[in-house]
Design a protein around this ligand. Structure first.
Ligand code: SF4
Length: 345
């Protein structure tokens, strides 16, 4: 099939549908599965076989019988999929899909930090490169960070990286003094600040406030709440699936959503009778948006760009990831008493 991308009178919708058809057909031919993160462009989410957050997508990657995985997300997520599924071909459609949070620490910096704190236990948020994971003792998600830290003996120093907001939140909730926090941050969170949240809540007083703390884009909201800077009334801290299901379970008809705006597409599509507002509609991860349908198609056509992780690194990183998966995710994310207990992933 040839695409009519350059046809002068073709509508955008028709071109999108045509590209999606070509991608689906080629994916079948190649025995490929397409995974898309919740923050991807709407048309990329629509063509995917699975849409979810980074850990959910890694689990899908490990579970799938497909031999090729087209990972529409950012680089560290594709690496995690490659670590968990070393026998599969994992493709990243655009190598520019990075992550400002993962880029805030590299393996050399971590080794130097460890040398300053000999014997400390290293806890790394999943938004890290494979090399950094390989230097870490535990990985964690925002959902189980508190439990991971609580599982470490009280007398052991902890190096927590790279998200300073999640680190500050974990330190406050666990009341441990011996946690050192790396000062990394995700640029997207800056769009989700207390002023924007307060404004949206004033504009929509009956709305429930949904927080999805995956990625660094909204861990600052967790931190604001545990610091008492944000009114916890009506707050629901949810995983992706919890967030998608929540509107149907709630009597509220309006929801303010504090996370990267890409998740609004799925929320609106799966809950058409409810209204959703972004805490700030400029909270956009540019790295997630570099993946477009033509790039997904080219990735399948040329099998580009394969993501591989050196076996020795992968083995060490896998250990840290497996510890993350083994520890809970069954405790509330923050001390918000009326919040739904849905730590998710
Ligand atoms: S939202 Fe932030 S943490 Fe998530 S991929 Fe984008 S830059 Fe990284």
């Amino acid at each position: 099939m040839t695409t009519s991308l350059h046809h002068p009178i073709a509508t955008r919708e028709a071109l999108v549908a045509e590209l999606q058809g070509e991608i689906r057909a080629l994916a079948r031919e190649r025995n490929a599965v397409i995974l898309a993160h919740n923050y991807e462009r709407a048309e990329v989410q629509e063509v995917a076989d699975f849409v979810g957050d980074s850990l959910g997508l890694s689990r899908e990657a490990a579970r799938t019988e497909a031999s090729v995985i087209v990972f529409c997300g950012v680089h560290f997520m594709a690496e995690t999929a490659a670590i968990l599924s070393p026998q599969k071909t994992v493709l990243l459609p655009d190598m520019a899909a990075g992550c400002s949070l993962a880029a805030s620490i590299d393996a050399d910096q971590l080794r130097a930090w460890k040398a300053e704190h000999q014997g400390a236990v290293v806890v790394a948020y999943v938004n890290t490169t494979a090399e950094v994971k390989a230097e870490s003792d535990y990985c964690c998600t925002s959902g189980n960070a508190v439990e991971v830290v609580n599982a470490i003996p009280l007398d052991r120093e902890i190096l927590f990286l790279p998200d300073m907001f999640l680190g500050a939140h974990v330190r406050r909730v666990t009341q441990r003094e011996n946690i050192h926090v790396w000062m990394g941050e995700c640029h997207v969170h800056a769009g989700i600040d207390p002023e924007h949240i307060t404004l949206q809540r004033a504009l929509h007083p009956g709305a429930e406030f949904l927080v999805h703390p995956e990625c660094g884009c909204s861990t600052s909201v967790l931190e604001m709440m545990s610091a008492g800077d944000l009114d916890p009334e009506g707050v629901q801290i949810l995983s992706t699936e919890g967030m998608i299901k929540r509107p149907a379970l709630s009597e509220a008809s309006e929801f303010i959503v504090a996370t990267e705006v890409g998740i609004l597409h799925r929320l609106r599509r799966e809950n058409p009778s409810k209204r959703f507002f972004a805490a700030n509609d400029r909270a956009v991860c540019a790295y997630m948006k570099v993946t477009t349908l033509p790039k997904v198609l080219r990735s399948l056509q040329r099998l580009e760009h394969p993501i591989t992780v050196r076996p020795d690194l992968a083995d060490r990183a896998r250990l840290a990831i497996e510890r993350m998966v083994a520890i809970g995710g069954h405790a509330p994310l923050s001390p918000v008493p009326q919040s739904t207990v849905d730590p998710g992933e």
